[in-house]
Design a protein around this ligand. Structure first.
Ligand SMILES: *Cc1c(COP(=O)(O)O)cnc(C)c1O
Length: 683
């Protein structure tokens, strides 16, 4: 809204105001805005413009409010001195020139967008400047009165501005003759309010945004400031004050992490000095004294706090769920039994009495910890026996055990590839593969998900290099299966090693549960098969199979194998036992497959598209908040299902991920499918 009046033929702007509100609150908010304009202290307006736009809630991003501190300054000169130090502390070399410019910016409606290094003004219209719009405080339900609250508005504007791309800081002085305050704000420093930056009664004021980057990127900054919808969360409540007055002066103490209350006047001046010297030392001379270091540490922690708040605001914050019983098809959480539809223990072997018995016996014999790494004292008969059994199971020459599947991928990829090599990696590969690729230092070429034509194009392009192609065999978030025949053929044709990660395939694919190679009739065999003992096998640890030379190389080069205490014997005995059961009781794998078919069919009968050849069934939702909400309601109704969100999957492709077990009954699965379908329809 904008209210104006003609005064001596000049257009005088009286009041401007904008809000992002719920549709249900529209009439009430509009009324109070009009009332406010009509009773402005500078008189009644000639006209009021009201513009109402529809905003889709998915277009809004939320940022936590910048923390506010106040530095008391005795005079305008002292205020500018602090401003100068603040700018320098942000690595701005031409701080003095910037402040000279700032003194000259007067009564422009918008802000100057200044390249902090070249001092070029980047706003396309120098008269108008850059205006920050489309923002509000996030009151989430609590209907605050639309009274003019300068404090809130200042924090909202400064927070949005600080989050703009390429923005390194903002300097502002109010043009209201009643105020003498100003502030400096940036993500690193927060909102630092200076109590005196001009003479009383002066209507000089202005705003400079400090930009760092290529001037071409300024468009991005301006687009964000003018068009991105932003809600600012967690603004400390400060009603009754009509500007940022008297805000948390005390805060400085906690900022500097020191105690010793002093008298008020001492405190004021010393704190001002602390911040200034800390700020100056911070980046210019390198932090050496205590206060500079603690300010720097505070900055880092402050970044974490804000980032965590942002995750919470955007439904991306993670919490843990604590189980009170074994990982079976029914698990107790908080004293309540839930149907487990989220475990990787597909064959329900983790609490099998035979497995537990085997582990206990090994534990009695070997004790709890293994006492050393594999190459020192941490190899037992059981380690060797399990490696032999795994190699036989996978029909490969040799096998090596790692402490987890994660470490197996990390260490193996980094041991096989180096800076000179290229790695072709499916865009949906598991994080442990991605991290392994990064650790190796190799050239990483990501190909489109399971797209063998894209893989071939990229192999052809890099055929002069040595390297590896690596893929999940059952993709962990979508449950689909790698095109193994084509992948192996391409790797052989172009001379790259091939590696698959069988984490979700072992015990699941193939008639005997041997995995992806069996699924494709045993005809296409990659050079390296990686697997984990923590999923179908119900234990812990990862393994890698290949020919003798490859595995021997890993024993000598894989750092996760060499520099970590080996797994305890009890786990190895348990996994050996589970591996035997898997082979003796192929009906578990068969039952798991029937369960997947039944469950997908039940979902489809309810109108939910669902399909899977593994034990993982994704149900696409899209919006993160909605996925979390459906999972929460399912939990209340007795089903544990994971809501998978960014960064595990792409933004706005949140999904429910249902993981089935061989021990689920038909009734359990039909009921669960029914409950999921109903919640998807109603949310
Ligand atoms: C779970 C998983 C891993 C890691 O195995 P852990 O034994 O849990 O560390 C590796 N790759 C994929 C595809 C996985 O799903």
């Amino acid at each position: 809204m904008r209210a104006s009046r003609k005064e001596n033929r000049a257009d005088v702007h009286l009041s401007g105001c904008e809000r992002i509100i719920d549709r249900s609150d529209l009439t009430r908010q509009t009324e109070s805005m009009i009332e406010r304009a009509m009773s402005h202290s500078r008189g009644e307006p000639d006209f009021i413009n009201i513009k109402i736009e529809t905003v889709n809630s998915t277009e809004i991003v939320r940022y936590p409010a910048l923390p506010v501190r106040t530095i008391e300054t005795e005079s305008k000169e002292a205020g500018y001195k602090i401003l100068l130090d603040l700018l320098r502390s942000q690595g701005i070399r031409r701080a003095e020139e910037i402040l000279d410019l700032f003194r000259q910016v007067k009564n422009k409606r918008g802000a100057v967008l200044l390249n902090a290094d070249t001092l070029e003004a980047l706003e396309p219209d120098h008269e108008r400047g850059v205006r920050v719009t489309r923002m509000d405080a996030d009151d989430s339900g609590q209907k605050t009165e639309p009274v003019k609250n300068h404090y809130r508005e200042a924090i909202v504007l400064a927070t949005k501005t600080a989050n703009a791309p390429h923005m390194i800081g903002e300097i502002c002085v109010s043009d209201d003759p009643d105020y003498v305050t100003g502030y400096f704000a940036s993500l690193k420093t927060g909102y630092i309010r200076l109590t005196r930056l001009k003479d009383a009664g002066s209507s000089d004021g202005g705003r400079i945004f400090l930009f760092r980057g290529n001037n071409g990127e300024a468009n991005e900054t301006i687009r964000f400031l003018e068009n991105q919808y932003v809600l600012v969360t967690g603004i400390p409540d400060k009603t009754g004050s009509s500007d940022a007055g008297a805000v948390e002066i005390e805060n400085n103490k906690s900022i500097l992490e020191r105690g010793e209350p002093e008298t008020r006047s001492q405190k004021k001046s010393e704190k001002t000095a602390d911040i200034v010297s800390a700020g100056s030392d911070l980046e210019i001379a390198g932090a050496t004294d205590g206060s500079a270091s603690s300010l720097r540490k505070f900055g880092k922690r402050e970044h974490f706090r804000r980032e965590l708040q942002r995750l919470k605001d955007n439904n991306l914050y993670r919490t843990v769920l604590t189980a009170e019983s074994a990982q079976r098809s029914h698990v107790y959480f908080d004293g309540q039994e839930k149907l487990m539809l989220a475990s990787n223990g597909y064959l329900d072997l983790s609490a099998d009495p035979r497995v537990i018995q085997a582990a206990s016996e090994a534990e009695s014999k070997y004790g709890i910890g293994s006492g050393g790494s594999r190459l020192t004292t941490g190899t037992t008969l059981l380690h060797n026996k399990l490696e032999t059994a795994l190699a036989e199971f996978e029909r490969m020459e040799s096998a090596i055990i790692f402490n987890t599947g994660y470490v197996a991928n990390l260490s193996t990829i980094a041991a096989f590839c180096g800076k000179e090599d290229v790695i072709f990696s499916d865009e949906l590969n598991h994080a442990s593969i991605i991290d392994g690729c990064r650790l190796s230092g190799a050239k990483i070429v990501v190909y489109r998900h399971n797209d063998m034509a894209d893989l071939e194009r990229k192999m052809a392009q890099y055929r002069s290099l040595d390297g590896l192609v690596v893929s999940d065999s059952v993709f962990s978030m979508d449950g689909d299966i790698v095109h193994l025949p084509e992948l192996v053929r391409l790797a052989d044709r172009y001379g790259f090693m091939s590696m698959i990660d069988e984490a979700h395939a072992l015990g699941v694919l193939g008639a005997g549960g041997y995995g992806t190679v069996e699924h494709f009739s045993g005809k296409y065999i990659p050079d390296i098969i990686m697997g984990t003992m923590s999923k179908s096998l119900g234990g812990e640890g990862g393994f890698v199979c290949g020919d003798r030379i490859l595995i021997d190389w890993l024993r000598n080069k894989a750092r996760g194998y060499i520099f970590s205490t080996s797994l305890p014997a009890s786990i190895l005995a348990a996994v050996l036992c589970a591996l035997k059961i898997l082979q003796m009781e192929p009906e578990r794998t068969a039952r798991l497959r029937r369960n997947t078919e039944l469950f997908c069919r039940s979902l489809r009968d309810q109108g939910i598209p669902a399909e899977s050849s593994s034990a993982i069934v994704p149900v696409m939702i899209g919006d993160e908040g909605r996925a979390v909400e459906i999972a929460r309601q399912l939990f209340d109704q007795g089903c544990l299902v994971s809501a998978i969100r960014y960064p595990t999957v792409a933004k706005n492709s949140a999904r429910l991920r249902i993981a089935l077990m061989s021990s689920h009954t038909e009734t359990e699965l039909k009921n669960a499918a029914w409950a999921i379908a109903r919640l998807c329809r109603n949310n």
